[in-house]
Ligand binder design. Structure first.
Ligand SMILES: [Zn+2]
Length: 239
């Protein structure tokens, strides 16, 4: 009796402190929804890559990158931008896991990815773009890691360990940089500390947004030096 009473007070308080509403549209969430309602998750944003390209139309993939896949097209100044901003800075890791699950579903449905799995008998491993430890300490967590957690869950694959692939350079924020400057900024930013983690594997780099590729292509070129099988890039949005 007492326990039930305490329990219901606790639940009531949680409801007040953390009302279960969709962080995109503000409507009440149902029991199986977490942060983003199923309507916003499936119909709100523009799906990327409907024509099954290997990369977004104006992006040339560097050698060694098999596929660049994104879930949605980025909407500058729109609700998707707000959502990704809150994932990055408002310490809402659960949003990352939610988005990752959706990204995982769309990657699984990508024809290029399906073909690759048919042709290669190799394990898939996810590599969230690592943050420099200083940045992680400041921000509290790495949003790419939580997106990868969601992807891992729906695809039933594993992720590299937190110290297997590292960011050794604390890069500057790239906003406003030219492509040339972005590339220079990212040079030698990553290192593979444990080659076994990627050896003979299909490596899927995970990030929130794909813009020019300066970050993910640099990470890909670092992984390419190892005995990996293939390299893919999967992001929630692409600009
Ligand atoms: Zn919603």
């Amino acid at each position: 009796m007492m326990k039930n009473y305490v329990q219901s007070i606790k639940e009531g308080l949680l409801e007040v402190l953390f009302p279960s509403i969709c962080i995109v549209c503000g409507l009440k969430l149902s029991a199986h929804e977490h942060f983003v309602c199923s309507h916003c998750m499936t119909d709100k944003f523009e799906e990327a890559n409907l024509d099954h390209q290997r990369s977004s139309s104006d992006t040339l993939l560097p050698e060694g990158v098999y596929l660049q896949h994104a879930l949605w097209n980025f909407d500058k100044g729109g609700e998707l931008q707000d959502l990704l901003h809150s994932l990055k800075y408002n310490r809402l890791p659960g949003v990352g896991v939610d988005l990752g699950r959706q990204l995982g579903k769309s990657l699984k449905a990508n024809q290029w990815f399906k073909d690759l799995l048919l042709n290669k008998d190799a394990e898939v491993v996810l590599i969230p773009v690592p943050l420099h430890w200083r940045k992680r300490r400041k921000r509290g967590y790495n949003q790419a890691y939580y997106i990868a957690k969601g992807v891992a869950e729906v695809m039933k694959v594993s992720m590299v360990g937190k110290s297997d692939v590292l960011r050794k350079k604390n890069t500057k924020t790239q906003t406003g940089f030219t492509l040339q400057k972005r590339k220079k900024n990212m040079e030698e930013a990553f290192s593979v500390a444990n080659a076994e983690a990627v050896k003979h594997k299909i490596c899927v780099i995970i990030d929130d947004v794909f813009t020019t590729g300066a970050t993910t292509f640099e990470l890909a070129s670092t992984i390419r030096k190892e005995e990996r099988e293939e390299i893919l890039i999967a992001t929630v949005a692409q600009a």
